[in-house]
Structures are given as C-alpha cells and as structure tokens.
Write a protein that binds this ligand. Sequence first.
Ligand code: GLU
Length: 327
Amino acid sequence: MRPRILVLGTGGTIAGTARSRTGKAYAAGEVALETMLDAVRALGLEAELIPRTIAAIGSQDIGWTEWDALHAAIAEAEDDPSFAGIIVTHGTDTAEETAFLLDLTLPAGKPVVLVGAMRPSDAVGSDGMRNFANAVRLAGDPESAGRGVLVVMADTVFAAADVRKAATANIDAFRGYPRGPLARVTPATLDWFAPAHRIGRPARYAWPEALPRVAILTAGAGMDAKPVEALLGIGCKGLVLAGMGQGNAPRVVIEALAKAAANGVPVVRSARVDEGMVDRNVEVDDDATGLVAARALGPAKARILLMVLIANGVTDAARIQEAFDGR
Ligand code: GLU
C-alpha cells in the first residue's frame, strides 16, 4: 500500500526562486506547496502526499506562531491512523532549531522528517527535488519510526539533537555532532547505521503556552559585562553563552553571569567553536558560579532546550544540567 504522508510547508530555499538559473540573489518561500508537490508527484514515487501550508517564509523569520501550528499539525497527524509519516519543508538557516524543538516536545512515534534545500528550485543543480524525494522515502518507511525528528539533506539523515548547519553555501552543508549521519538515503534506498532507540517513548516535555525570552550572548576577546546587563535589562528569563573554547568568557563576564544565575536567571555555557563538548568545571567553576555546561549542544540548540525547560518550570541549575547531560 502507498504510504500517506502529510507535508507541512513553511517555505525556505526548497520553495525559493531566483528567476535566473545561474544568479546568486533569490527569494525563499515563493513556490506554492501544491506546485512543489506536483513536481514531486511527477517523479512517480510510491506515496500519497497531502499538503498543508503552515507558512511561506525564510526560516530566519520562523518563530512561535509557526512552531505552535507545526506542533499541533504533527500531533494531530500522529493520532490519525491514515498517515504513515510527516514531512516538514523548511529553510535551512534554522532547521536545527525547529527540528530540536519538535523533537523535545513530540512522542517518538511516526517518522517526522524536516527537509530543505541549499539551492533555489530554479537554479542549475538545484538540490530541492532530490532532498524531497529522499524525505518521501524516509517518511514512508516504518523503519524511520521511533528515532525522533529527522533532518535529511544531501542523501544524509541526521537526528535533530545532533544536526547543525555547518556551511553557508554547499549542498552538503549539514553535519552531526556528537553523532554523525544516522543513515544514507536515496529515493530508492535507505541504510540505517544504528537501531531506533526511542520506539514508543512519550514526549520528553509538554508543549508550552509560550516560550520565554532567552538570548545567546557571543563572547569576544576584550568584552566587558555591559551586554549581560543589557540582556537582563530587557527581561531575559535565561541566557546562553556562546563562549570561547569550552564555553569561556572574560572573568568580568563570567562574574556577571554568575550574578544573574544567583538572581534566578539560568545561564548555560556553550561554545562558539563549531564542534565539541563543553564540560562542567574545566576552566569555569560551575559548582561555585551556578552555571550549567551545555555538553554536546551548540548555542542554537542550547537556547531551544533552555526555553523549553524554563517554560516547563525547570529553572534549578542542577535539573537543567541533568537535561543537558541527557539531551
Ligand atoms: N534563509 C533562508 C531560510 O533559511 C534560505 C536558506 C535556505 O533555506 O537554505 O529559509
């Protein structure tokens, strides 16, 4: 039987047009989802695709309204036995944020696959149709279930908790950390490198009524503590440091962050370095300062997890650390 797949459109380069096959300027989110699906259907894939437009934007503009609509639509499709899986078309800039947010707040049920493209639909060598066909292969396969939210780009499948955009312009712009690819996929093949490890697990966190203001502060040599004070001044309920090396910052900044933590504003130290762990008590004494180490999560995903934790009433540093340890 052909799998029935819900396709939720949000925009991005996969729906982008350049009006030139070779130019560099383009607009994201211009191609209607129905038009895109007609092109996918013409590939003759064994799937029934049901479109629903959530938004038509570049993912730099995605936020609460779209996330709330996506979460509701996916939760509904999870409960609808007629659907085998769900695809979300998405811009690549914030794919890791949307994927991780949904991953933390949905049960590990049917396959949920985020897909994007690096080149607009009318560009020479466009990757959108290939990525979409791979997403259909993935979302229609029962083996993809119980793995949490997946991201597929360039024939490579990543878990939401690992994936990040690591290049601005190549079609293989995505990397995974600490795990690399979970699978390789083509429209005709799917090879998993590990078994599904979350089959049947419920959502880890409740979907909140709203998300709190949490900002990322990037550390730079010679900076002072004024940016910390400014962020607290605009009412941030939590802060993520994108620190140097293993989440470091000038002493005055760490002192200001420790003061924020002591005043009930949770602070997570992540790294501005592209990849690697940030562990507790290496150069910063987290036990003494009350700060949390982001471990394997980079700044963008650390912010998402901290927002979800605070929204769920988790503000104690030890409990936040536990969540980052377990991600
Ligand atoms: N900035 C746009 C977005 O994230 C286009 C980038 C892309 O999709 O590759 O939606």
